[in-house]
Each structure stands twice: as structure tokens, then as C-alpha cells.
Design a protein around this ligand. Structure first.
Ligand code: HEM
Length: 512
């Protein structure tokens, strides 16, 4: 074809380019949320990805950008961080059907072996089945039948604290493990079970780390051999994967064996197995997921309680006076006392808020493209709720680092209906199904410890008081206080006698 006007040779491609660009621009769903400074071509924020305590870095980025929603990019993946209650509740609750998925998390599933875990399951048929069964056994009305188990486990923790007070974290771990193993499988803990869950939770932390997320961007990393020198993820994962593999089967096999021998105690597993309505794979997922999620979170909470009482003796005294006036000196607190102890309930709310044990919850993933406040959220973005940021918002919780139960009380000492720390359990379709059980465990554990023990600062070999000023927190999916010492002694001989009197309860605990 002959072109009579050579100018057209230049004009036509330019017009075409302008058309395509304009068309794209018109269809552009909007800009991405503010992005922290320092993005590199192609790599994005790969080199700036926080290696630990990400929740603090995300708050710093919010300060830099002046925005409570952020988006950082790693290669072609988007990570959206929600740093406020408004954003998390509007999206996770308001648009729950598109925000309740989980990211692919290839390393977690395929290298560490967590494919059976409810908390990591993609939204879909299997997730809905496992979630439904979990809710059935853990909703607010169901958990009342676990009270005898909770009471026996917590009283046994009191005896442990009396015997070996310096091992307070281990006693909390034994208590939490005992409750969850009894409720879920009708079995008692042994060192293997406790070790298995402890190492699996550490493996979960590795599997959710930025290094693990690289597998989702470069799936070929899954194929690297364990000995590969520059990227030793598989070698590190191997320390945990045997525990992850054993976790859902070990206790379930014990329940099966007890059922075959006719000695099984009532439990979720026994009832699901006897009912026969659910396939084995679902029963394994439900029970294993609760066992995995239910122990270390409670241990971290009780450890934070000891730290809070060390740092805030006035709170300790106030809560104890309330317990003394309601419960009196001749018995231990029990669940019936709860409505009469508003200061204690406020203390527990503050305990969850003060040091959030799951500071970033579990990552969600977006099922379709979305637009929020004019910003484009691309499909498949990883969406992170910064629960630490929400619970430390200085407007909702003035002086957020101070432990102050009065935040939840009106002047007359009655609970406020407007402020709560329940957000630590997440929002929307993936909210924690174990929240009622763990809240009641924590309530009775804290009430019983305060009723019987004084918690004070420890002294060193020279008799000098050890100040618990700046006890840091571990990073990872469950955040613990770093190790600290405290002195735990029975308040009185009468309290010691009450503790000793609980030994008679050491009998098998049938669920009613
Ligand atoms: C202090 C105690 C606890 C805290 C702070 C906590 C917090 C959380 C959070 C933040 C999530 C993720 C929510 C989200 O994805 O948005 C979660 C999920 C979950 N929690 Fe808890 N939790 C605690 C105790 C427990 C207990 C005792 C159990 C079991 C009995 C449990 C079982 C689960 C399960 C199975 C999930 C996954 C739910 C899903 O993905 O659908 N948690 N929890």
C-alpha cells in the first residue's frame, strides 16, 4: 500500500498509543494505597521488607505516609496493610465475602506441611465444613460444659506455681495444653504433646515470615534442594516439619485407641468419630487446628499477666481487693463470680490489649479486585490487619502503653459498653473461633492466681530488686514477652491451704 501523506506514518501510531493509554486510564480502577518511600524498580520493597516485629514498622510507614492503609509491593505481589479499626472493620466485616480468603502460602503448606490447618485454608468447601464444626463445639453456649476441665487444669497450675514458682511459664503451658487436649481429644498432656505444639507454632512463625513468602513469588524455590547454600529455608523448616506432621495424628490416634478399648472420655474428637457424619480428614483438621491454635496464645496471655502485675502493683491490689470482697477467704473463685467482679473483667480486657499476642492476626487475601476510599486493591493482594496498631490507637486508648483497666469502666465502676479489646481476636469471616474458650480460661486462671498469690519483683543474688522495665516481645505469629523473673508466693497460710486442698480434684474429669 502506498501512503500519500508520510506524516500519517507518525500520526497513526501516536493516535493509537494515545487511544490505548486513554482507554487504560479511563478503565484504571484508581491508584494503589500510599506506598512507603524507597520502592525500587522491579524489586519493589523487597529490600525493605521488615525482618521482625513488622507491626511496628507498619506503624512507622503510616507515620511517613500519613495514611492508615498502605500498600507495599514485592515484585508483582501486593501487600496491603490496614492500620486502623475503621479500615479493618469496614473491609473484613463489611465486605467479608471477598476478604476471607487466605494467601497461597506455598512454603507453609508444601514445605512445612500445614495444609490441614483451618487458619490457613483457602475460602471454600473444605474451609466452611471445618469452620462449621469448630464453631459448633466452641460457641459461647457450648463452652460452659468445659468448666470442670478448666477448673481442674487451673487448680493444678496453682499447685505447680506453689511448688516451683520460677517455672510459671511452664505451668501456664501445661494448663493451656491440658484444657485444649481434654476438650478436643479427652486426653491428658504429656511432654511429647507439649513439645509438638510448641515447635509447630515456631514453624508457623517461620512459614509466615517474609522469607517464606518469597516462595509464592518464585515457586521454583520450592524445588531447591535442602543443601542449597544461599537459601536454606528447607533446612530450617526441617527442624519443625516432623512436629507439624505429627500434631494432628498423635492425639487423635490416642482417642481412637481409647474408643476401641471402651475407655474414651467425652470430647470433640470422640463425638465426631462416633457420629460418623464427617470424613476423617475433616475431623483431623478440626481437632488439630484447635490444638495448634489454642495453646501458645493462652500461654503468652498468662505470661503477659505476670509481667503486667509486676509492673502495675496497684492494679494487682485493686483486683485482689475486689476478689476478696466477693469471694472471701474460704474458697477459690469460680465462674459464678464473674458478673460480680467488674474490675477483674476490665483487667482481662486490658491484658489482651496491652500486649497483643497475635499482633498481625493471620494474613487474609482478596478474592477479587476492589476499590476502597478511591484506592485500587488488586485481586490476590495479601491483606494484613495490624491488630497491635488498632489496640494501640492513642485516640481510642489514650497512653496505649500503660496498663489501665479503668479504660473499660465508667466512673461508678460499671463496665462501659463502648470500649472493648475483642478486636485482638480478629474481624469478619475468619474471627477466632476459640475466643470464648480462651477468655474463660484466662478469666478463671487470673482470678485464681490473684486470689492466692502475691506477684512481686524478683531479687538478684545480691538481694537487689530486678526492675522489669523494658521487657521486649518476641516476633513471630504469637508474640511472647522476653524471659523475665518474678517472685510468686502464696498470700497467706490460708491461701496455701486452699491451693493444697485442690489436690483431691485430681480425678478423671468427665464432661457433663
Ligand atoms: C489469647 C488467645 C487467642 C488470641 C488472641 C487469638 C487470636 C486469633 C486471631 C487474631 C486469629 C486470626 C483472625 C483473622 O484471620 O482475622 C485467630 C484465628 C484462629 N484461632 Fe484464635 N486466638 C486465641 C486463642 C485461640 C484458641 C484457644 C483457639 C482454639 C480453641 C483458637 C483457634 C483459632 C483458629 C482455629 C483460628 C483460625 C480461624 C480461621 O481461619 O477461620 N484461638 N485467633
Amino acid at each position: 500500500m502506498e501512503v500519500s501523506n508520510p506524516g500519517l506514518l507518525i500520526a497513526i501510531p501516536l493516535i493509537a498509543l494515545a487511544y490505548v493509554t486513554l482507554n487504560r486510564w479511563n478503565r484504571s480502577p484508581g491508584p494503589l494505597p500510599p506506598i512507603p518511600a524507597g520502592k525500587l524498580p522491579i524489586l519493589g520493597h523487597l529490600l525493605q521488607m521488615p525482618q521482625s516485629h513488622e507491626w511496628l514498622k507498619y506503624l512507622e510507614w503510616s507515620d511517613q505516609t500519613g495514611s492508615d492503609i498502605l500498600c507495599y509491593q514485592v515484585l508483582n505481589s501486593h501487600v496491603i496493610v490496614l492500620n486502623s479499626f475503621k479500615a479493618v472493620s469496614e473491609l473484613f466485616e463489611g465486605r467479608t465475602s471477598i476478604y476471607s480468603n487466605r494467601p497461597t502460602l506455598l512454603a507453609l503448606r508444601h514445605i512445612l506441611g500445614f495444609h490441614w490447618v483451618l487458619g490457613l485454608m483457602p475460602y471454600g468447601k473444605q474451609f466452611l465444613e471445618v469452620r462449621k464444626a469448630s464453631n459448633h463445639y466452641l460457641h459461647n453456649a457450648s463452652i460452659k460444659k468445659y468448666r470442670p476441665i478448666q477448673t481442674v487444669a487451673i487448680h493444678s497450675m496453682l499447685r505447680g506455681l506453689h511448688r516451683e514458682p520460677e517455672k510459671f511459664v511452664e505451668h501456664a503451658r501445661h494448663m493451656a495444653g491440658r484444657i485444649i487436649l481434654n476438650v478436643t481429644y479427652g486426653i491428658e498432656p504429656n511432654p511429647t504433646y507439649i513439645r509438638t505444639v510448641y515447635h509447630s507454632v515456631l514453624g508457623l512463625g517461620l512459614g509466615l515470615s517474609p522469607r517464606a513468602l518469597l516462595h509464592d513469588m518464585f515457586p521454583f524455590l520450592l524445588k531447591l534442594p535442602e543443601w542449597f547454600p544461599l537459601f536454606r529455608f528447607k533446612a530450617d523448616a526441617k527442624k519443625f516439619s516432623p512436629y507439624v506432621a505429627a500434631l494432628p495424628d498423635l492425639p487423635l490416634d490416642e482417642t481412637r485407641k481409647a474408643m476401641a478399648e471402651g475407655t474414651a472420655r467425652p470430647s470433640m474428637a470422640a463425638s465426631m468419630l462416633a457420629d460418623g457424619g464427617l470424613p476423617d480428614s475433616i475431623i483431623r483438621s478440626v481437632t488439630g487446628s484447635l490444638y495448634l491454635a489454642g495453646t501458645e496464645t493462652t500461654v503468652a496471655t498468662i505470661t503477659n499477666f505476670f509481667l503486667a502485675m509486676l509492673k502495675y502493683p496497684d492494679v494487682q491490689h485493686k483486683a485482689r481487693s475486689e476478689i476478696d470482697s466477693v469471694v472471701g477467704p474460704n474458697r477459690l473463685p469460680d465462674f459464678r463470680d464473674e458478673p460480680n467482679l467488674p474490675y477483674l473483667s476490665a483487667l482481662i480486657k486490658e491484658l489482651y490489649r496491652w500486649r497483643v499476642v497475635t499482633p498481625l492476626g493471620t494474613p487474609h487475601s482478596l478474592i477479587v479486585d476492589d476499590v476502597y476510599r478511591g484506592y485500587h486493591f488488586p485481586k490476590d493482594s495479601i491483606v494484613i490487619s495490624n491488630l497491635h496498631a488498632i489496640m494501640h490507637d492513642p485516640v481510642a486508648f489514650p497512653e496505649p502503653n500503660v496498663f489501665r483497666p479503668e479504660r473499660y469502666l465508667e466512673d461508678a465502676g460499671k463496665p462501659t459498653s463502648t470500649r472493648s479489646s475483642d478486636g485482638v481476636f480478629g474481624y469478619g469471616g475468619r474471627v477466632c473461633p476459640g475466643r470464648y474458650l480462651t477468655k474463660s480460661n484466662t478469666w478463671l486462671a487470673v482470678a485464681s492466681i490473684l486470689a492466692t498469690f502475691d506477684i512481686e519483683k524478683a531479687t538478684d543474688e545480691d538481694g537487689c530488686v530486678i526492675e522489669p522495665d523494658d521487657v521486649g516481645a518476641t516476633s513471630g505469629v504469637v508474640s511472647f514477652p522476653l524471659p523475665f523473673k518474678c517472685k510468686i508466693t502464696p498470700r497467706s497460710e490460708a491461701a496455701a491451704a486452699l491451693i493444697a486442698g485442690t489436690a483431691d480434684e485430681e480425678v478423671v474429669i468427665p464432661l457433663p
